[in-house]
Structures are given as structure tokens and as C-alpha cells.
Design a binder for this molecule. Structure first.
Ligand SMILES: Nc1ccn([C@@H]2O[C@H](COP(=O)(O)OP(=O)(O)OP(=O)(O)O)[C@@H](O)[C@H]2O)c(=O)n1
Ligand SMILES: [Mg+2]
Length: 408
């Protein structure tokens, strides 16, 4: 048996990036031999094992055969006769299909190194089409590597279009879509993922609510980029810049303006009430992908409240209090800085406005902290009980917001 490093670890080292998890492929072995050597099998469907000491993933060299449409229709063929080249051939992208042995010797039958040099994401073989998750992986890798100059090879884009047209995306399990989407939102340029999904037609199938934003105009005085889809892409990248790796903020950015796709044509380019009309499509997205509760709750807050935060300085203290209360921001204080960041990303995610300051963000944090400093304990100390505590708290917090507002 011989083990080779493959996939992300080799790719990232060649790109000069710090290594993440290390995946191995094992050639010339059998499951029985792996177990005898002390490897721990993981899962029953995949010939994958954990190294007894390092716990790194070791997969037997394998080929895959498609048995049914969609993600579940796979059988694996793994035996000692499957070669390293056979295994590399069934992988997704050339840059992921490079193997490295213990001596650092590379096996690169598909030109992965050349594509790393040329900054191209290119599929290895037509077998790419057998796994629709790879469409999402392409999007995620582009979100990660576009800042390094990567683009998708035209023939890979064509293949992805064909896969979407053949209905491959319709069979993706929601959990897998969410998993990959969330990872894309953690990357430095999530807009590249959304744009690629749109280009190949997958966005219209997976997130029609987002796809529908393209071509919808906004008022150029507020939105020099005009197109709502372009705006959302800019907000996504601004969110990734303000809080790198924060998928929760990314999801809020992605969904904050869904209501704009529902504006009646006659009202364009104004979008009066989009913060309310956006809630229904947002909930549809969250239900479809079983989006975690805090993602759904936070995205709904950002959708409903972003206009209020933008004009925070004009709001009366009780209105600010009630806004924070609607966010449950006294019991879940971490929500308020996130709301402030999402609104900042919205404001700066506009053409030519990227470097503008966002004073409402800092103001919201200050007012929240001031209000938060008043606790129920103070009311009880003042001899209050029952509903009187809540009333006192509200008044005291409003007063705190008022005095903080006028502090300078
Ligand atoms: N649907 C998939 C999933 C994985 N792979 C192959 O398995 C490797 C490891 O997969 P994974 O760890 O998911 O991706 P990495 O490329 O290692 O990227 P990351 O840094 O995100 O782990 C990939 O490089 C690729 O060769 C594939 O071909 N098709
Ligand atoms: Mg990996």
C-alpha cells in the first residue's frame, strides 16, 4: 500500500496558502488490510478510514459509478487494482487532482499545476457531471479563489449549464445545498459564487428569490449600481470584508432585499415596503434549506429593520428602544452588533460608496450599550414587582437612550 496527499492540502501548498485539513488517498490496499493496519472505518458507504495516530482521512483509491440521478445515486468501486491515476480522474477540478507522495513527488496527470499557474478552475473529465454537488463546489471555490485571480474555464461553465439544463440540480438534497452555500458565504468573495450559480442557471432553480433580483432597478441617487442583483453581490462582498468568515452576516446580506423582486412594475425604481414584502420569500428560502433558527431569525431582523437603522439618528428614543426590543436585543445582545454590520454592508455595498463611513452603526451600538446597562435588578432594587418591572425598565432604558443620544 502507498499513501499520497491529495486535494486541498496539495492545492493550497502550491498556491502558497496555509494548509487546512489533509486528505490522503491509499493505493493498492483493501478495507480489510486498512483495518488490520489499525485504520478506523468511517461511514459504511465510503471506503474512507481515519489514520490510527493522526486521525487524518485516508480514502482507498476508487472509481465512482452513477446509478441514479442526484447525489444519492452512487456506487463506489474500490479495490487494490484501482490506480492513483484512476482515482485522480474521478475528481472534480484539475487543481484538486494532484497527488503528492512522501518524498514530495507530484503526480499531476490533468495539468493541475498549469491551471494553478493560470488561475483556472477546470473540470477533470466529463465524469464531473455525475455529481451535481460539484456545481456548488465550483461556486464555493470561486468565492474563495477569485481574489487570487481565478476564473472558471469556459468548457467547465458549459458543462455546468448542461447539468442544470438536464435537471441535475433538482435532485440535490437541501442539507447539501445549505452546507455548500454556507461555506461559500464564509469565503472572501461570496459574490463570485452567486454570480457563477446565476451564469450556469443553478441560481434560478436553487434560490429563485435571489435570481429574481437581477434586472430589477433601484433609484440611482441611492444606488448608483442600479441593478438590485448587483447591489446584493456588492453587499455580500462588503459583509465578507467587514467580518471575514461570518456566514451568518453573509446570509443576512444575501437575503436583506428579497422584497425588491416583488415591487409592482409601476412603482419601480422605488421599493416602498420592500422590508415587509421581503419576509415571505426569506421564510421560503429558510424552510427550503432548513436554515438554522438563528440564521433565519437574524436575516428576518435585517430584512425588516435595515431602513430603520439607516435613519437611526432621526428616530425618537422610544422608537430606538422598540427596535432593539423587536430584535430581542436585550436578551440576545450579540444580535445588535450583527445588525449594525449588516446595515453597514448594505449602505457601503453600493457603487462608489464603498469607503463611506456609516455613523448609524456606531450610534446603534452606543445606544444599545446604554440601554442594556439598565437591568431588571435596578427595578427590583427600587421595590417594584410584577408588570411594573417591565414598565419601569422600558422607561428607564428609553431615558438612557435619550441621554446617550445627547451626550455629544
Ligand atoms: N464532490 C467532490 C468532493 C470532493 N472531491 C475531491 O476530494 C478532495 C477533498 O475534498 P474536500 O476536502 O471537500 O475539498 P478540498 O479540495 O480538500 O478543499 P478544502 O480546502 O475546502 O477542504 C477534493 O480536492 C477533490 O479532489 C471531488 O472530486 N468531488
Ligand atoms: Mg479537504
Amino acid at each position: 500500500m502507498k499513501a499520497y496527499r491529495v486535494g486541498g492540502a496539495v492545492r493550497d501548498r502550491l498556491l502558497g496558502l496555509p494548509g487546512g485539513d489533509r486528505d490522503w488517498v491509499v493505493v493498492g490496499s483493501t478495507p480489510e488490510e486498512m483495518v488490520r493496519a489499525g485504520f478506523l472505518p468511517v461511514g459504511k458507504d465510503f471506503p474512507v478510514f481515519l489514520h490510527p495516530a493522526t486521525k487524518e482521512e485516508h480514502a482507498l483509491a476508487r472509481t465512482e459509478r452513477k446509478t441514479a440521478p442526484g447525489y444519492r445515486g452512487f456506487t463506489f468501486h474500490a479495490d487494490a487494482s484501482v490506480t492513483l491515476e484512476d482515482d485522480l480522474a474521478r475528481r472534480d477540478f484539475t487543481i484538486n487532482a494532484i497527488a503528492e507522495d512522501d518524498e514530495g513527488v507530484l503526480t499531476d496527470p490533468f495539468g493541475g499545476r498549469a491551471d494553478i499557474e493560470a488561475r483556472v478552475l477546470r473540470h477533470v473529465s466529463p465524469a464531473f457531471a455525475e455529481d451535481p454537488v460539484r456545481i456548488l463546489r465550483a461556486a464555493r471555490f470561486l468565492a474563495r479563489f477569485a481574489p487570487l485571480g481565478f476564473t472558471v474555464a469556459p468548457e467547465t461553465l458549459a458543462l455546468m449549464r448542461g447539468m442544470v439544463a438536464a435537471g441535475e440540480v433538482d435532485h440535490l438534497v437541501p442539507e447539501r445545498v445549505w452546507q455548500e452555500l454556507k461555506k461559500a458565504l464564509e469565503m472572501p468573495r461570496p459574490s463570485a459564487a452567486i454570480a457563477l450559480l446565476r451564469e450556469c442557471g443553478a441560481l434560478a432553480k436553487l434560490l429563485p428569490e435571489v435570481d429574481a433580483l437581477y434586472g430589477v432597478p433601484q433609484r440611482p441617487e441611492y444606488h448608483p449600481e442600479v441593478d438590485t442583483g448587483v447591489h446584493v453581490q456588492m453587499v455580500l462582498d462588503m459583509a465578507a470584508r467587514l467580518a471575514p468568515g461570518d456566514a451568518l452576516l453573509g446570509f443576512c446580506a444575501l437575503t436583506h432585499d428579497l422584497g425588491k423582486a416583488l415591487t409592482p412594475k409601476a412603482e419601480l425604481p422605488k421599493h416602498i415596503g420592500h422590508e415587509h414584502s421581503g419576509v415571505r420569500p426569506l421564510r421560503a428560502v429558510c424552510a427550503r434549506y432548513k436554515v438554522p433558527a438563528e440564521f433565519a431569525a437574524m436575516a428576518e431582523i435585517v430584512c425588516r429593520e435595515h431602513l430603520n437603522v439607516h435613519r437611526l439618528a432621526e428616530l425618537r428614543p422610544e422608537t430606538v428602544h422598540d427596535l432593539i426590543a423587536r430584535c430581542d436585543g436585550f436578551r440576545k445582545p450579540e444580535r445588535i452588533p450583527l445588525l449594525a454590520l449588516a446595515c453597514e454592508a448594505d449602505k457601503r455595498g453600493r457603487l462608489g460608496r464603498e469607503e463611506e463611513p456609516y455613523p448609524p452603526g456606531a450610534l446603534l451600538l452606543r445606544l444599545h450599550v446604554a440601554a442594556q446597562a439598565i437591568s431588571a435588578g435596578h427595578a427590583v432594587a427600587n421595590g417594584l414587582q410584577g408588570p411594573a418591572v417591565g414598565e419601569w425598565l422600558r422607561k428607564a432604558r428609553i431615558a438612557a437612550i435619550e441621554s446617550e443620544k445627547h451626550r455629544d
